[in-house]
Design a binder for this molecule. Structure first.
Ligand code: ADP
Ligand code: 5GP
Length: 207
């Protein structure tokens, strides 16, 4: 455990095609890193079976979402396969100001906006072992109609091209290995010299 008190939390963005396993890997990660705040997005999509309002998403109407856009309440938002998705600015700022790390699960356009507004954010892209495996996962999840699955697969090919704009690329082969790789990235980011200058200031000062 780190003894260093952090000033500001780290903003971590996880993207990847629908069905690659982002939610599953995030659950695994959060089970061992309870100090990370997962940002619950706002969406106009209908809840899937088992999804809870306020836990997986804040489910809102299109009118309410458009009100939030007009009131500039969102850090970023995007339209994805016919629905709006967005991140509340207020909640993120509060957590980061308290020194808490914040994890966003957002698609590529939103991630680009976050990087623009917060250049210090750490961007991680999750890919499947293959497109066939992605298709199997989307079908096995059994939450979307075939036409939606086909649109998501088509979108996946476009999205994966955007991975070059990310800091890290992680393959979700097994959930445990992918969550482990993300843990390692977060640890390495915490050790960046630029973020640890306070640790050497005492030493330099003693010369
Ligand atoms: P996403 O959040 O990226 O849309 P999910 O976490 O809902 O994806 O995962 C999609 C499906 O793939 C789920 O049925 C999940 O159980 C399964 N899955 C996730 N990761 C793996 C993995 N590493 N190996 C096999 N199946 C996986
Ligand atoms: P799903 O409908 O499968 O839950 O999510 C569809 C896509 O929307 C995923 O790629 C997910 O990362 C993305 N997403 C979820 N929340 C947000 C958000 O707040 N902003 C943006 N830009 N994308 C989001």
């Amino acid at each position: 455990m780190s003894v260093m008190k952090k000033n500001r939390g780290e903003l971590i963005v996880l993207s990847g095609p629908s069905g690659v396993g982002k939610s599953t890997v995030i659950s695994e990660l959060l089970s061992s890193r309870r100090d990370i705040h997962f940002s619950v997005s706002f969406t106009t999509r209908q809840p899937r079976t088992g999804e809870e309002d306020g836990v997986n998403y804040n489910f809102v109407s299109r009118e309410e979402f458009e009100r939030m856009i007009a009131a500039d309440e969102l850090l970023e938002y995007a339209e994805y396969v016919g629905n709006y998705y967005g991140t509340s600015m207020k909640v993120i700022q509060e957590q980061l100001d308290r020194g808490v790390d914040v994890l966003l699960d957002i698609e590529v356009q939103g991630a680009a906006k976050v990087k623009e507004r917060c250049p210090e954010a750490v961007l991680i892209f999750l890919i499947p072992p293959s497109i066939e495996e992605l298709s199997r996962r989307l079908h096995r999840r059994n939450t979307d109609e075939e036409a939606v699955i086909q649109r998501r697969l088509e979108k996946a090919r476009q999205e994966c091209r955007e991975c070059v704009h990310y800091d890290y690329l992680v393959v979700n082969d097994t959930v445990v290995s992918a969550a482990g790789a993300i843990q390692a990235i977060l640890q390495a980011e915490q050790c960046r010299s630029g973020k640890r200058l306070r640790l050497v200031q005492d030493i330099i000062g003693r010369d």
